[in-house]
Design a protein around this ligand. Structure first.
Ligand code: IPM
Ligand code: MN
Length: 357
């Protein structure tokens, strides 16, 4: 019997409803395998702005830091869209990533056999399957670089500095190589070294780290080409390592290969076992509170938490298998619906998954 303390930042929009289902699933796993999960809900994002006037209260950071891991739903919404950059709900996410030192963002894009119809590519493009792990650097680059406004001879200008240190590139590259070692031993580095100085340092650092991983095949793509190759030959990718902004963009692209962004979980990891787990999708204010959201990305993020923060491999696999069974049985939420399938709401989808655990 193990006890785990989990900080829960359900957030805004569909965040709370997908999180509720995630917790139901985790509790069932707890019962089945004899673990106790204790949750502490804290505010982050738009709801924290409404309650405290700031997206990421210190209390939220403290509770997250003191926990064994953090579950996050989604943040943001129309209501807060006109606030200045440092007051926006997204600050909660960026602030937590920074405060918890979560530099490695793992975003697996897997096309389930049963969802081949939901993939927008022609069947011949995905006949060999899609199983890609995007490893995105999460606490550097232009997201965290110096930013500001200034007057230029072209009038007002704004800037966000893209900067990477050797140390930052080294640690994310090592994470990616270690993951590749446990998969198909193929790592693709994505950068823009033909243009960007930061990418040239990135590339040379990746090549240096690669000397320690002779068993892993390494190749390199410029980000523009990578976005094209992901569509042309998705089956040939295994692990992708890239910087913060490129990883943000490419992981959304990769999500579409799986049928819907509603399927993609993520893990954000640092040096220790504390991690933050969240769906790749956003708060989807247009469908919030209507029981229409796909809870699978969040539920699979819960499985990633069990695997990466708690070392509970079998428990994680139980969730992944339950999701696969439900999809194989033809159950779908609206975002992955196709002809002849049975359409379920958010709650009903989670109940179907629960029934398989
Ligand atoms: C993501 C999101 C965030 C990001 C936003 C909401 C700050 O798009 O997790 O991919 O850009 O990192
Ligand atoms: Mn994104």
């Amino acid at each position: 019997m193990s006890n785990f303390n989990i900080a829960v930042v359900a957030g805004d929009g569909i965040g709370p409803e997908v999180m509720e289902q995630n917790i139901n699933v985790l509790n069932k796993i707890g019962q089945k395998f004899g673990h106790s999960f204790k949750y502490e809900s804290v505010l982050g994002g738009g709801c924290a702005i409404d309650a405290y006037g700031e997206p990421l209260p210190q209390h939220t950071i403290d509770v997250c830091k003191a926990s064994d891991s953090v579950l996050l739903g989604a943040v943001g919404g129309w209501k807060w869209d006109t606030l200045p950059g440092d007051k926006r709900p997204e600050r909660a996410l960026l602030g937590l990533r920074g405060a918890l030192g979560l530099f490695a963002n793992l975003r697996p894009a897997t096309l389930h056999e049963a969802l081949k119809d939901a993939c927008p590519l022609k069947p011949e493009f995905v006949e060999n399957g899609v199983d890609i792990m995007v490893v995105r650097e999460l606490t550097g680059g232009m997201y965290f670089g110096e930013k500001g406004r200034k007057q230029t001879d072209m009038g007002e200008a704004a800037y966000d500095v893209e900067q990477y240190s050797v140390k930052e590139v080294e640690r994310i590259t090592r994470t990616a190589f270690e993951i590749a070692r446990k998969r198909k031993k193929h790592l693709t580095n994505v950068d823009k070294q033909n243009v960007l100085e930061s990418s040239r340092l990135w590339r040379s650092t990746v090549l240096e780290v690669a000397k320690d991983y002779p068993d892993v095949e390494l190749d390199h793509l410029y980000v523009d080409n990578a976005s094209m190759q992901l569509i042309m030959r998705p089956s040939t990718f295994d692990v992708i390592v890239t910087g913060n902004i490129f990883g943000d963009i490419l992981s959304d692209e990769a999500s579409q290969l799986t049928g819907s962004i509603g399927m993609l979980p993520s893990a954000s990891l640092g040096e220790g076992s504390l991690g933050m787990y969240e769906p790749v999708h956003g708060s989807a204010p247009d469908i919030a509170g209507k029981n229409l959201a796909n809870p699978i990305a969040t539920i699979l993020s819960g499985a990633m938490m069990l695997k990466y923060s708690f070392g509970l491999q079998e428990e994680a696999k139980t969730i992944e298998d339950a999701v696969a069974k439900v999809l194989n049985a033809g159950y779908r939420t609206g975002d992955i619906m196709s002809e002849g399938m049975k359409k379920l709401g958010c709650k009903e989808m989670a109940e179907a998954i629960l029934a398989e655990i």
